[in-house]
Design a protein. Structure first.
Length: 210
């Protein structure tokens, strides 16, 4: 199953009170994209407290959340209706058969891992997608304008408090989300900048895994 998550009750409370409110624009935009693409079965990898799954469920979309933290799974289950399913598991070895979903989400999860694991997560995401399925990612993008530097400063401050700051720093140094196109075959069709472009949502149509 991969590494054991150290995210416990304290981290879960921080997510609920601080991170989830900050990510409302991301979660709202992703739900709109899924509706527009008529996605029916969506897997949210690293679903945390279930904020994204809740929005998908309210939009009438079948949502499954996966997280490595049992504390996150417990919190997400408590705050969600029974129509949303949560699974304890690793993004490095998804506990689903090939072609289980028509859409997979990787939202602010890849930067937490070293590059070898990021590539493996992308391969796993593609594996569980149906032919011509949709991969939606949201990740950090280094600021390109002076107006984005204040937002970037807040993002960096929050990331410094996390256990994966070293991986975040390496991810950003390599080019952030733009670097993903260099290490994994992505056919990106749409891009949605959030928070002055410091977070970028990208929509990619994926072929069946090789």
């Amino acid at each position: 199953m991969g590494k054991v998550s150290t995210y416990g009750q304290l981290t879960t409370r921080i997510y609920t009170r601080l991170i989830d409110p900050l990510l409302v624009p991301v979660h709202t935009q992703v739900a709109k994209i899924c509706q527009r693409l008529k996605c029916q079965d969506v897997l949210d990898i690293a679903s945390a407290t279930g904020a994204q799954c809740l929005l998908l469920d309210r939009a009438g979309i079948n949502a499954v959340g996966l997280d490595l933290s049992k504390a996150m799974i417990a919190t997400a289950t408590r705050r969600s209706p029974p129509t949303v399913r949560y699974v304890h598991g690793s993004a490095l070895d998804l506990p689903f058969t090939d072609g289980s979903f028509d859409c997979v989400l990787l939202l602010l999860a890849l930067h937490e891992h070293p590059e070898s694991e990021r590539v493996r997560m992308l391969h796993e995401a593609r594996r569980v997608l149906r032919p011509k399925g949709t991969l939606i990612m949201a990740e950090y993008a280094p600021p390109e304008t002076s107006g984005a530097r204040l937002v970037w400063g807040l993002i960096t401050f929050i990331e410094r408090l996390s256990e994966h700051y070293r991986n975040f720093r390496q991810f950003v140094h390599a080019g952030g989300i733009y670097h993903l196109e260099e290490v994994f075959p992505l056919s990106i069709s749409q891009r949605y900048p959030i928070y002055s472009g410091t977070i970028l949502i990208v929509v990619s149509k994926c072929a069946t895994a090789d």
